[in-house]
Design a protein around this ligand. Structure first.
Ligand SMILES: [Zn+2]
Length: 295
């Protein structure tokens, strides 16, 4: 059985582990450096060294942002330090570690993991949303990740859903991510109340029945449903899989699943598209990065 290393680079933590037979065998995580790209690259390399072993056949890194997997470049990653732009990450890690390293967008890794070893295994066309600080998307068609010309295909988070709406992490306005993400709903709440909260605080206020928190969750859930319905109309997938840190807040995503049916256009076949939550959970990012590296 081949052993692979997967790394999941997120806004707050970098997690890595050994993957064998589609399962995470062991893992570790550290905080994501806030300083600069050199520190981020050094931290990724250090974590890979922890798990490297003669039996390891492939190393893959999944990272949020616009990633060109073919050329090994991260064009932009809004949740990492400001200088993390146009980074030749695959080459930099190859130099540090003296072995080939594949890179891929984190939401594509998530979807690939679920399509290969998770809840999407029976599907030919599998799409996934990762809902965390931002909103990522991936499509796997007949076992292959859909990349597009520059590797950036499927940036549903950066499609416009509200004209002249809330500012997005990418600098544009009214994007799906501006509402249907942890960061988006906190900004929405801030616009309503002038108060800065995190998603934990927002969920607590919602449970207490606070009106602004209720309004925020209700609106952001409707926007998430809109995004899922748009993806169903665009891809006619066998299954839609939801993952990411916000899965811990069911009051946000569960009502969206019911709303999707009303928003999906005819015919009935599209309306019947299953929308489910992740099976692999927090491990999906690491597993997907490892499996995608070996493709
Ligand atoms: Zn955007």
């Amino acid at each position: 059985m081949p052993y692979r290393i997967g790394v999941d680079v997120g806004a707050t933590k970098i997690a890595a582990g050994i993957v064998a037979g589609g399962r995470l065998v062991k893992s570790a995580k550290v905080a994501t450096p806030k300083t600069n790209r050199r520190d981020v690259i050094a931290t990724i390399a250090k974590l890979i060294r922890v798990f490297d072993h003669p039996k390891v056949t492939a190393v893959g890194v999944g990272i949020a942002g616009a990633v060109d997997a073919g050329r090994g470049i991260v064009y932009a990653s809004p949740n990492l330090p400001k200088d993390f732009r146009d980074v030749k990450l695959a080459a930099a890690l190859h130099r540090e570690l003296n072995r080939p390293v594949a890179i891929e967008n984190d939401a594509k890794c998530f979807t690939f993991a679920e399509a290969t070893a998770g809840v999407g295994r029976q599907g030919k066309t599998v799409v996934g949303f990762t809902i965390g600080s931002g909103l990522g998307f991936g499509a796997v068609v007949e076992g292959k990740i859909l990349h597009g010309r520059n590797g950036i295909a499927g940036e549903f988070g950066h499609t416009t859903v509200v004209e002249h709406g809330l500012r997005c992490s990418c600098g544009q306005a009214g994007h799906l991510e501006s509402y249907a993400s942890g960061g988006g709903m906190c900004r929405f709440y801030h616009q309503l109340t002038g108060r800065t909260v995190d998603t934990f605080e927002l969920e607590r206020l919602y449970q207490e029945g606070e009106i602004a928190a209720r309004r925020t969750l209700t609106f952001c859930t409707e926007i998430l449903a809109l995004g899922i319905a748009n993806a169903i109309a665009a891809f006619n997938p066998d299954i839609v899989i939801l993952g990411g840190g916000m899965i811990r807040v069911p009051v946000f995503w569960r009502p969206a699943i019911a709303q999707v049916k009303k928003l999906v256009p005819y015919p009935a076949q599209l309306k019947d598209t299953p929308v489910v939550k992740t099976k692999l959970g927090d491990s999906a990012g690491i597993i997907g990065a490892a499996l995608a590296a070996a493709r």
